[in-house]
Design a binder for this molecule. Sequence first.
Ligand code: PEP
Ligand code: MG
Length: 744
Amino acid sequence: MNAVPTETESRKLLGRLRAAMAEDSTGQARLDKIVELIASSMVTEVCSIYLFRDEETLELCATEGLNAEAVHQTRMRLSEGLVGRVARRGKVVNTADAPSTRGFRYMPETGEEVYSAFCGVPIQRLGTPMGVLVVQSKDAREYSEDEIYALEVVAMVLAEMTELGELTSNDDFVMARHQQPAMFRGIVGQEGVAMGPVYLHEPRVVVTNPFSDDPEQELKRMEDALDTLRISVDQMLKGASSKDELEVVETFRMFANSRGWRKRMEADIASGLSAEAAVEKEQSTARARMSQVPDAYLRDRLHDLDDLSNRLLRILTGQGERAEMPKNAILVARNIGPAELLDYGRALKGIVLEEGSVGSHAAVIARAWAIPLIINADNITTEALTGDMVMIDGDQGIVHLRPDESVKTAFSDKVAMQTAAQERYASIRDEPATAQCDSTVALHMNAGLMADLPSLPSSGAEGVGLFRTELQFLVRNQMPRRAELVALYQRVVDAAQGKPVVFRTLDIGSDKVLPYMKPNDEPNPALGWRAIRVGLDKPGVLRMQLQALVRAHKGRPLHVMFPFVAQFDEYRAAQAELDKALERERILGHALPSEIHVGAMLETPSLAFAPRKFYEEVEFLSIGGNDLKQFFFAADRENERVRRRYDTLNVSFLSFIEQIVARCVTTDTRLSFCGEDAGRPLEAVCLAAMGLRSLSMRPASIGPVKHMLRRVNLDEVKAVIDTARAEGHQSVRPAVTEFLRSRK
Ligand code: PEP
Ligand code: MG
């Protein structure tokens, strides 16, 4: 063996491949032609292509040099042989002495024992393994770097063609990657079932032509695209205001100006790839590396490079403009913030995230909209394409992408069962949530947008127990004016038709960042400058909001609640602001609300231990269980890893709730619970058993919670909880679940 393919060689090879691909032939004929071309161009005795038959099995699909009969007969598990090793690790194996290399598996049917040299290159697209390209020869030699490079370029083209179904279209054993049904297991963020077309938050770019027609022209395209990219990154840099943001953009800039990155892509183009294929080739390599890098910081940087590559691909292909959202769309994203989610609006039927967290505000919104949400669905953004059919089983945490008929049938059955349950809940809509022991629990709903209000009569809620006013700030591009707020709050109160609406003043900060406000650079935003802390330190917006609330309630009862109060002083200061707003209205001669009810959210453990005087002064408290729980357990509500360790039905937490209830009883302070747990039937029953007589939840939970409460005796549930506590159990969940099951 002596011919070493230069860049020109590999360009020639790609040129020949393209000519072969242009011929109207079957997938198999194409594969045969490709291995023949590679073997002759590289002057190597064997060239073979192995593709995945399923996730675990590789199959020999074409060979030049090995026994022809072995094609489609020889298969190996991912854990087997050198070929398996290449696919598993996504890395080249290059050895002069294959039989004595670790992992070698002898396959007699191929007759390969006579070949000493082995070089296997992964066929992968954006880090997803698709197969392996192998060359072998009798002489004991290692393949040169140039040869390996040429193989990698070809492997890149093979991956694109496999992706597009051009190699396997006439072959029933492997469908094109994005046509196969796929299933994902994630974590349930919101229960329910939904079915509809995928809508990718960040559309993927499909490279339709991996070959370069004219390298000169491709280089020019690449240069222009890089210029455009650099300009957009510089603009991002100007717009960045927080340290985190700056850091990300600086890294972007570093990559965008990286000579190494550019040089590699230029070499790819010189070897016959189109500009977009060159970007994708380097992106694939980076992704493969990403999965192997243990250091989180470095992985993040590789993620940045990945994002940058996507941007470059969009510039080059002009793709990536958001398609129009189809009807019944299911949003698929790597992650999403609450403002972006609100932008999509209620037309969405479900959400699937690759990352995300159950405690995030995006999840809160999904729950408010009563649409199923699955988080931590690994790789879904790589697999799904906009328009693919997807079914979410939000009860099991399963997502079916491009489901087959049997899945579709099972799914329809599930939808029918859910509809039947909804009918059951509708039949008790106007009944009270009175338990078997005769205690009645008032059920209210959480809301935040005008669009939530129609659920008030249909859900059977007694009122709105928590109106998250910040959501209306989040959906806008600029700070609303006072007059707009007045009009908005008036419409909310009108729509409630006399039912009480508890307006919580702005709770911004933490993960709720207003797009038009300078974000704060804080190491720990959940413990940072948020909610009432912002309201008191920079009272302009709080004052405007309080004035708007007062004005919108003239002649009607006003309910105001302050978020995230940690100590008595804060409550007093906030109340003083409200008093000022009332006084101002009075001086202006405007009509005042007919009644004024002021309360606070109990979201910090400190407030549970506030002086008795606080409890006497505050008219009502609402436990914000989402935040309270994260501070009680010191477990970030947005960090799935720690959040899931601690159960709401943990005896310590329930005992804490019980103490708060007891304090409120002694001071006659009205108490409610408005965290997400109020909307989960089992949790709701336990909270009621601890003495809570008012719960506020997403509208869709009212039916199931009421149904459950009406069936149980809270004294009996309390006895079960007490026994579990006395026995030293960590959580009362198993005992209460068992008790409720036995009562069915
Ligand atoms: C809570 O913390 O429980 C709560 C209701 O507030 P939010 O989820 O909006 O922080
Ligand atoms: Mg909160």
